[in-house]
Design a binder for this molecule. Structure first.
Ligand code: PHE
Length: 358
């Protein structure tokens, strides 16, 4: 597909690209400012091509719009990707983050950012030092709210309980087999929460240190090879790594009752994938409903003055309420939960646009 077609299909507002002297490309995708200034994390990783990095930024930015709209939060959707050359680290990486902060300053507040795959609260401190006007989740030492991952994980755990209520009639993961893919900022605290709540957790991550730590610290946690995790039998499959892993050829081989995870855009083809999952009787808890916790808590705490306790209560309530609503609507409409969730977010966007016009 040409860039023209991809932008047309994306339907967003702006795509900005900047080459950095270290060889990285900074991509800022502003999907929608209808509900407020665009906000979203900064993802930092290697990609096999610039096209792949741009497509990731576009899809992630669109997901942020849906995420904030579904919870009626006054924030638009955007995302940044720092597509780095292999092996970038140390001072070179710090230099990139500083210059990226300066780049965001030039954008004059159209995009506020926070952490995502490959970035941490300490990185947010550096981006802010570089001059970016709105940076969420800086370290507490710098006056920030700290990592958003534990908030996201709390929302995913709450979502898992609603999914269990829907499937098994009890809002609890106790005794349920949960397969968690990825033990990063969201996966690791999620595994701790699931273990505390009595679930049987299978984990996989390419980093052996992350796996060892959790398996020793948490009861009921066992490790499997990352290559088998996705197709291993379980109650809940919980993707917490990169997107695009639920492909059309994998769906027939899944052996889970439901998918509920922290990863953004796990369905390679959201519409077709959600339909195929529904046809197989696998309950799909829409990613942008389930994983809103980090973005909601960080922006609520830092831009609206919520306390951490308030943020936790609000995010659990928002995730639980919206999931119940989209499962019910999907049944009533004879559609699937992803389609119902997108409908919910679009209704709220349309309402905000209507209010702004009148
Ligand atoms: N990266 C996160 C997400 O995808 C969280 C984030 C967004 C954190 C905006 C803070 C601000 O939702």
């Amino acid at each position: 597909m040409t860039l023209d077609d991809r932008l047309e299909r994306w339907g967003g507002e702006q795509l900005l690209l900047r080459r950095d002297p270290c060889g990285a490309t900074a991509i800022v995708a502003i999907h929608s400012t209808a509900l407020g200034p665009a906000r979203g994390g900064t993802r930092l990783r290697c990609y096999s091509s610039l096209d792949e990095a741009v497509d990731d930024a576009l899809a992630l930015a669109a997901a942020m719009t849906l995420k904030f709209a579904a919870v009626d939060f006054p924030s638009g959707g955007g995302k940044a990707v720092l597509a780095i050359p292999a092996g970038l680290g140390g001072e070179a990486r710090r230099g990139l983050l500083l210059r990226y902060g300066g780049y965001l300053r030039q954008l004059e507040g159209i995009f506020g950012t926070g952490p995502d795959v490959g970035t941490t609260p300490a990185d947010m401190d550096v981006i802010a030092e570089g001059g970016a006007p709105e940076v969420f989740c800086r370290t507490p030492a710098q006056g920030g709210a700290g990592d958003s991952g534990p908030f996201t994980a709390l929302g995913v755990a709450a979502a898992a309980e609603r999914v269990c209520l829907h499937l098994f009639g009890v809002a609890s993961v106790r005794g349920r087999a949960c397969s968690v893919q990825g033990l990063g900022g969201v996966g690791a605290p999620l595994v701790r929460a699931l273990s505390e709540r009595g679930a049987l957790v299978l984990v996989a991550d390419p980093n052996p240190a992350a796996v060892d730590e959790l398996v020793t610290a948490c009861p009921g946690v066992a490790v499997v090879d990352p290559r088998v995790l996705l197709e291993a039998p379980c109650d809940l499959l919980m993707p917490c790594a990169l997107g695009g892993i639920i492909t059309s050829d994998r769906i027939p081989r899944l052996r889970c009752r439901a998918i509920v995870g922290g990863a953004n855009n796990p369905l390679a083809d959201p519409e077709g994938g959600a339909r195929a999952l529904a046809a197989r009787g696998i309950l799909y808890a829409p990613d942008f409903i389930v994983n809103v916790g980090g973005a909601l808590a960080a922006t609520g705490i830092e831009s609206l003055g919520w306390s951490k306790v308030q943020a936790r209560m609000r995010l659990v309530e928002a995730v639980s309420h919206n999931l119940d609503l989209v499962f019910r609507r999907a049944e009533e409409q004879g559609s699937d939960p992803w389609t119902a969730a997108r409908g919910l977010a679009e209704e709220r966007l349309a309402r905000a646009r209507g209010a702004a016009a009148s």
